[in-house]
Ligand binder design. Structure first.
Ligand code: GAP
Length: 516
């Protein structure tokens, strides 16, 4: 199946099985805004918990807060967002479509990289065991040409972005012969800056009302509470403040389902460190965050780092953890060494000292910050994409069948256990309901009695439920049930009284957290 079809199927699956709906669908939808359904909300809660526990529960020196979405408007002046939180946009005069100019160039660079990789793969096939990749990359004329040209474009792009040179950004698009991905037209407008913050008014009378912003990142709520938390918690450096919450960005190009939304959720942690130690902590968090992703158990080759060439206005070093989505490797999390930029800026704008007195060094200074910032919705999409599978199976009678299965990590699955009476009579529904009532305090359980057992299994596979248990007539004699495993479809007979332990061990988040 091609990747575009796969992505369409994932989106359709999310809707059909109550994971994600288009917001305001009955009014034809609101672009790039989504609602989470009954299973989506549970999966989101579980991902949030996995992150929160990894940060707050497992670290003595990290605490969690919940700051307001609205903040004093000066926060955004100090942070640089009012002046610099812009995307360069460009319109195509023929198709009337609007694009992010930087994304068009980044995609072009990525395509050149793919061309090189294809040449390398072709040569590897041709030369077999004798293939020396390093040598090939250094000597093959076509590869050298593409790499050199791309290097020049990359350098021009980084310089133009750093200097805010919009004319040069447009010129790069022209020089690279970049066409509108939809219409193929190369008839481009000038490049303009577009601020991504949504604003609104605080106050009921319009003359008195002041303009405030919906936060475009949760991080600023942490910076402005740095002193409150440090003092009230008597925190010693290094220490971290974690937060999960909504953020809002008026994205120019909002495509790819929940990958780029106008209202989304971030999970951010700001780690305050001694100046001079930020490099070490940056490496520490880079490595630790990758471990968190890999502990989910998906293929390791689906993750990679992407170090930034083009740094945000506050950053000294930055890397993305990228995940292989059906539309390619894309960022799910950023790790940023933010220097003392944020606290120094707030100190300047609020006129109060935001320093830390270091008793070991006997001096005060503004701490440096290393940030980890992950999008909850993007993580959700990565997990769904890695879990979804259309699988051919062989039935007991030898015929072929197909099933769609969501191989979610059991600890994240919205429903852990589905309980089915084999038939809707002979007291089996009552026994099943009793088991459900007993286990619902430990796991999220679902009781289902409609349709054949096979259909009930299929539905739970599509939801991602790791275990189904069936109550049959034998249960009445010996108090045992069959437990069916989602991934292998194997069934085993176990005593009812052992269910809590068997399932509890498999769906617990503890193992994942212990491996971090
Ligand atoms: N405080 C730093 C910061 O906000 P960012 O790279 O702009 O950094 C961090 O955002 C993460 O937030 C991204 O890695 C991504 O997962 C998520 N994110 C950003 N914009 C998003 C959007 N429009 N829709 C969904 N997730 C988004």
């Amino acid at each position: 199946m091609n990747q575009e079809d796969l992505f369409k199927k994932l989106t359709a699956h999310c809707k059909e099985y109550g994971y994600v709906f288009q917001s305001s669908e009955i009014y034809d939808g609101l672009s790039a805004v989504y609602d989470y359904g009954q299973y989506g909300a549970e999966l989101k809660n579980n991902i949030r918990k996995y992150w929160w526990d990894a940060m707050v529960l497992l670290h003595d020196e990290i605490v969690g807060i919940d700051s307001a979405i609205f903040m004093h408007p000066t926060v955004w002046k100090a942070s640089g967002h009012v002046d610099a939180f812009n995307d360069p946009l460009i319109d195509n005069k023929d198709s009337k479509k609007r694009y992010r100019a930087d994304v068009l160039i980044e995609e072009y660079i990525e395509k050149q990289q793919e061309k090189i990789n294809k040449e390398v793969a072709k040569a590897a096939r041709r030369f077999g065991d004798k293939f020396d990749e390093e040598m090939f990359r250094q000597t093959n004329k076509r590869v050298i040409d593409i790499a050199e040209k791309t290097g020049i474009i990359k350098k021009r792009f980084v310089d133009a972005s750093e200097n805010g040179n919009l004319e040069e950004i447009r010129q790069i698009i022209i020089d690279c012969d970049i066409a509108d991905p939809v219409s193929g037209s190369r008839n481009w407008t000038d490049v303009r800056q577009f601020n991504l913050m949504f604003d609104t008014k605080l106050g009921s009378v319009s003359e008195d009302a002041s303009k405030i912003y919906l936060r475009p990142e949760t991080a600023q709520g942490i910076f402005i509470n740095y002193m409150n938390v440090q003092k009230s918690g008597r925190m010693k450096l290094p220490f971290g403040i974690a937060q999960v919450g909504k953020a809002f960005r008026n994205e120019i190009v909002a495509r790819q389902f929940i990958f780029r939304m106008r209202e989304f959720e971030q999970m951010e942690m700001q780690y305050f460190v001694r100046p001079g130690e930020e490099g070490e902590w940056y490496e520490h968090w880079k490595e630790k965050r990758m471990r968190w992703h890999k502990a989910l158990g998906f293929e390791e080759s689906k993750y990679r780092y992407h170090d930034h060439d083009k740094l945000a206005h506050y950053a000294k070093a930055a890397t993305d953890i990228e995940f292989l989505f059906p539309f390619g490797f894309k960022e799910v999390e950023g790790i940023h060494s933010r220097t003392d930029y944020d606290l120094s800026q707030h100190q300047k704008y609020c006129g109060r000292k935001l320093q830390y007195f270091d008793t070991e060094l006997n001096k005060s200074y503004v701490p440096y910050i290393v940030e980890t910032s992950i999008g909850l919705d993007r993580m959700f999409l990565a997990i769904i994409a890695a879990s979804w599978e259309e699988e051919k199976i062989r039935k007991e009678n030898g015929s072929e069948d197909e099933r769609v299965v969501l191989r979610l990590p059991p600890s994240l699955a919205p429903v852990k256990l589905a309980i089915f009476p084999l038939v809707k009579k002979d007291g089996l529904p009552e026994i099943s309901a009793k088991i459900r009532d007993d286990l619902r305090f430990d796991f999220s359980c679902q009781y289902e009695e409609k349709d054949s057992i096979g259909r009930r299994y299929r539905r739970q596979d599509a939801i991602g439920t790791p275990f189904c248990i069936t109550v049959d007539h034998q249960t009445k004699d010996d108090d045992t049930v069959t437990i069916r495993h989602r991934d292998t479809m194997e069934q085993e007979r176990v005593p009812v009284k052992a269910l809590r332990e068997i399932i509890g061990e498999k769906v617990s988040m503890k193992k994942m957290l212990q491996s971090l």
